[in-house]
Design a protein around this ligand. Sequence first.
Ligand code: GDD
Ligand code: MN
Length: 358
Amino acid sequence: MLSIVVPTYNERDNVLSLIKEIEKNLYGQRFEIIIVDDNSPDKTWSYAAQLCSLRKVVVIRRLNMRGLASAVIDGISFSRGEYVAVMDADLQHPPEYLRSMLNIVASEHPDLVIGSRYVSGASIESWSLTRSLISRIATLLAKLLLPEVRNIKDPMSGFFVVRKELVTVNKPKLKPYGYKVLLEILVRCNPKKVIEVPYIFRSRQHGKSKLSTKVMVEYIIHLLKLSSWRPLKFAFVGALGTVINLTILYLLGLLIPQLLGRLFILGSAIAIEGSMLFNFTLHELWTFRDRRGGPMIHRLVLYHLGVLPAVLVQYITAVGLKYLLSMNPFMAQLIGIFMGFIVNYLICELGIWTKKSV
Ligand code: GDD
Ligand code: MN
């Protein structure tokens, strides 16, 4: 038996056609439809409840809760099937794909089948340039920050079939937030076998999208939560490292004044190396503490090699500003540090701390 969870908020005009479409496409298959409505002002819950007596429909009306992701998790907890399909009510996720997704479930027994907009054969019917750009950038950000989704083409999909047990077993770890429930499941439930299938993302039938600026801000916060706030930690370590860098330079100047003048080329280099060792230690112990798989010495060497481009940018900027523009050595060093920072972050995130700790 397949359970189908449909979160709704003001979808009164869509639910009946959705249910009809599902019934048509799953004819002969055992299934239940669970509508999880957050007390919609348009009374979707009441309208949908009238359909319950006739059809295999259950309505959950949540009175004090609001949120797509938590609605989906509640629906999954309530469901009875071994597998649960999650889809939107507005027919953007066409029910005609359910049958083929079920066939994959039957033959492959995966943890997840994802209806994907970004694998070959898929397409999006009518999105404005802005909306597709937002989606692309959001997907890219997720892949940058979350190694768990780097090999998934559409981790932001709202259309998927999940093995119910994967969610129930990991439920204590889930903190549903915002819109992207699939992202939450991919990161916190550690699915092993994930299959993506193409689908055509249709235009909305009635009503309008609830995707607002608030949803986008929530998305960024959700990403930061899922990444254990890593970019902020990284930036914090970088700021501390900057202080260390400039302090070393200052102390060197007290010891040997030429290191800030004629020998700045040496003074700058020593300060850079000192702060690099400091940053590395903090990244090991804090920023990336959950990603310390393999020998530490390996990462230390990799870190030196990896941050070389950033260090070179930093060093050349500082030395250049000092010798060519006769800039104050501390100012030159600081601007150099800033230039190197972004390059540094990208390399650490994507190249050095990549494997989970054991
Ligand atoms: N219960 C509940 N509570 N349902 C909600 C809420 C809420 O707070 N907000 C939205 N929904 C329901 C809508 O009624 C709809 O059925 C579904 O969640 C998706 O909302 P839309 O507003 O239509 O979202 P979208 O079309 O912009 O984006 C959807 O599709 C994308 C592509 O698959 C979402 O599912 C995205 O997460 C997904 O990336
Ligand atoms: Mn929609």
